[in-house]
Design a binder for this molecule. Structure first.
Ligand code: SAM
Length: 232
């Protein structure tokens, strides 16, 4: 979803609140397919953080899988819709309204961190946000991320209109050098996520694990495992 000017927002909370101010779920109520395909290693009861979760489609689906989910977003209108979605499905998600810089990131707290289309971030904010995400993972925890690649500037079927906000496999490999990349795939696919992400899209999906340097004796009995398949 491009802004009218394709310039960075001066008021991100206001801009996103305005976008979410509609009965429709802008990105739909169903979970993102990349996330859905990659979430199998997490087991019920494990703890996952959804970064910039919007209207809750991903956090609510994760809670339905029996996970304990924390989620935040800058847009209170989006978070209100997320709470409604959670209630519709009878699940609990610990939602809060926060921006990435203000969020109280907990160190080594999560078995999973989920970052689906968090490309509001310019390179400086992205660097801070990615560092927080890595810090929040427990040893052995998994980061599941999806974003648009540069080619999305041609498709214009969603995402920011600024090249500096888009990803490439190399950018992610460098940014997450501390993690062990399990899957990193650039691909094109038709998205059908509400009216916000619709049509042929240039995508990258990643799953990466925080190295676990604990001895086998120190590890909990069920550490998340990584699946080898990549496409959703
Ligand atoms: C493209 S939407 C993706 C929402 C959600 N991850 C999903 O896949 O449905 C981007 C989200 O980022 C949120 N956002 C924008 N700037 C933010 C910031 N600085 N901190 C936290 N959230 C932000 C917006 O409110 C919006 O919900």
């Amino acid at each position: 979803m491009n802004s009218p000017t394709d310039k960075p927002f001066t008021d991100p909370a206001g801009t996103w609140n305005q976008r979410f101010e509609t009965d429709a779920y802008v990105f739909g109520k169903a979970p993102n397919r990349w996330l859905q395909a990659q979430a199998a290693p997490w087991k019920p009861g494990q703890r996952v953080l959804c970064v910039a979760d919007g209207e809750g489609r991903n956090s609510v689906w994760l809670a339905q899988q029996g996970l304990q989910v924390d989620a935040f977003d800058i847009a209170e209108v989006g978070v209100a819709k997320a709470r409604t979605l959670a209630a519709e499905h009878g699940v609990n998600v610990n939602f809060s309204v926060n921006d990435c810089d203000g969020y109280e990131w907990r160190a080594a707290a999560y078995d999973g961190v989920v970052a689906i289309f968090v490309q509001f971030a310019d390179p400086a904010l992205r660097e801070r946000m990615f560092a927080h995400m890595v810090k929040s993972l427990k040893p052995g925890g998994l980061l599941v991320l999806q974003g648009y690649t540069l080619k999305q500037l041609d498709y214009k079927t969603g995402g920011p209109g600024q090249a500096s906000h888009l990803y490439s496999g190399d950018l992610l490999r460098t940014a997450f050098a501390e993690l062990e990349i399990a899957t990193l795939t650039e691909y094109e696919a038709e998205l059908n996520e509400g009216h916000g992400h619709r049509g042929m899209s240039a995508l990258v999906g990643m799953v990466a694990r925080k190295p676990d340097r604990r001895t086998p004796h120190e590890r909990p009995p069920t550490s998340p495992r990584t699946r080898r398949d990549s496409r959703p």
